[in-house]
Design a protein around this ligand. Structure first.
Ligand SMILES: *[C@@H]1O[C@H](CO)[C@@H](O)[C@H](O)[C@H]1NC(C)=O
Length: 208
């Protein structure tokens, strides 16, 4: 009698322990998953930006203007694994000798890029006389670079505002892409462009 009840008592005690153990483990796992999700959605990884391809088919500069034709393939990657990003605005400015000579709109407001996705924006622009206050320093630089096999230093500066999913505030997006562009003349054969990784500026806004 005594022996049997001890046995039963022991078995039910074990069952209760096992139940408690698995229940506790389930709670722990759920909590861990919730924490990971909260951390993942709270911490923003900055977008990464690169220029995969670019071609310059015309480039002449005076003290006050630039005549040019330029195409740029801009690659923006969203490294966040759980957060889409919506663009409020994104503009690319083109600079020569530190002076802006043109700017183009990269995306329309409201464009959304899903988590872990890479977007390619192909920008084509040109002008017979884009206004730029290059001055004599810019003209000097133009002459120097024209003489140096026609490889021009053109900087692409990105400026915009993006909003990460689940975040209330939007974040400034600023990036600088210094390009070395070989002027493609009709008689020259294919010009190879080396991919450039852009410098994405760290935002001082909290949560960005
Ligand atoms: C520059 O672009 C214009 C039109 O956008 C075109 O008519 C012209 O031929 C182009 N010039 C060169 C050198 O590619």
């Amino acid at each position: 009698m005594c022996y049997e009840s001890e046995c039963c008592g022991g078995s039910s005690r074990y069952r209760r322990f096992a139940l408690g153990f698995w229940f506790g483990l389930a709670i722990l796992a759920t909590t861990a998953a919730a924490v990971v999700l909260v951390v993942a959605s709270a911490r923003v990884s900055r977008l990464s930006v690169a220029v995969d391809d670019a071609s310059l088919t015309r480039f002449t500069a005076t003290a006050t203007s630039v005549a040019y034709n330029l195409t740029v393939a801009l690659v923006v990657r969203n490294p966040n694994w759980a957060m889409g990003v919506t663009y409020r605005s994104l503009e690319a400015s083109y600079l020569f000798s530190g002076k802006r000579f043109d700017s183009v709109t990269v995306v329309q407001p409201g464009y959304t890029q899903a988590a872990r996705k890479t977007a390619v924006f192909r920008l084509t622009s040109g002008s017979d006389a884009a206004q730029a206050s290059l001055g004599s320093a810019g003209v000097q630089e133009y002459k120097k670079e024209s003489a140096a096999a026609g490889v021009f230093d053109v900087e692409v500066d990105l400026s915009g505002e993006v909003k990460y999913k689940l975040h209330r505030a939007s974040c400034r997006l600023e990036a600088k892409c210094p390009l070395k562009l070989q002027l493609a003349t009709p008689d020259a054969s294919s010009v190879v462009f080396q991919k450039v990784t852009c410098d994405v500026l760290r935002s001082s806004q909290s949560g960005c």
